[in-house]
Design a protein around this ligand. Sequence first.
Ligand code: NAD
Length: 345
Amino acid sequence: MLRVGVIGVGHLGKIHARVYSELDGVELVAVSDIQENAAREVAEAHSTDSHKILATTDARDWLDKVDAVSVVVPTPVHLEAARTFLEAGKGVLVEKPLAATLAEADELISIADRSGSTLQVGHIERFNPVLSAALPHIDRPVFIECDRIHPFSLRSTDVSVILDLMIHDIDLILHVIDGEVTSVDALGAQVISPTDDLATARLVFASGCVAMVKTSRVAMNRSRKVRIFCERSYFSLDLVARSGYRVFLEEGYDPGDFLDNTGRISAPEGEAAFLAKHLRTEQLTIPDHEPLQAELRAFVQAVVNKTEPPVTGPQGRRAMKVAEEIDKSIRYHRQRVTEYLGRSR
Ligand code: NAD
């Protein structure tokens, strides 16, 4: 039995506690939250007559009683909450983004390196069943487009929409496209938070591949769409509806074989029949798993087997670094637009 605890049992931490309490081979032994009532309520919800879960306002009170923890506190306190556990060699899953700043991310990574503890980052889209279904078919994508919109919530306004929501797509893009991001062009806008609530960015990779990402947290509804273009196939994924399809060219198809003397495609059998023959569409079969359960199970396995977790600290940092470049580009463009408006007044 791996003994686990959850630090921070607000919106998402409650769900971590529930999932741990249902996982085989895991015993949820403690939770903590600076709001005493929140900790007590979650502990009571998962305690039984024979197994009482500890509830405290300071997680360090139960440091020696656990082997691993989830850190699900607001991003600005990730480092503070995770530090003692990493130093003590415990497995730590830190929710995304890894930290509020790159310096804090570096500190978390170096503590984990020194103590040899497992550090996983909560980039949950890696465990989205739609992505699990699509990934085996994706062959060297050249262009990705991610659109994510979310209704406004006060919960994450301590960071911009880039660290709050866009970071999910940044990690996904970096997971799917190989190589370094060499240039970033982005625009953002503040609506009701002190930081950007919507942003759009274009990332160019050393290979020439491009990703476009658009994110808003001031939308009327929730939608997460991903489109991936490869040389001979295209994927359209709906991460909320959990559906997706792939379109791919018939083996050996070459448009040059069908051109008439004006350079147009000639299809005597008719347009629909031509497309049906050469362009295949296949609905993806989406596995039925809860992403958080898959994520926490993978974390537990990495701690127990002392293997590399599926989302490492350096990968969490890499996503933050791109987020920082996006933020820089937004500030640069904002400055230029302000100057332009000033000149044209
Ligand atoms: P939340 O505000 O609902 O919950 C945070 C909880 O942490 C609160 O109950 C608060 O009292 C508690 N807390 C604050 N400081 C603490 C401390 N020092 N020690 C113990 N408890 C403390 O926030 P949330 O929406 O659950 O977000 C928490 C984290 O999870 C954030 O980093 C956020 O980015 C991340 N998150 C990830 C996803 C995802 O899809 N992976 C979704 C939502 C949130």
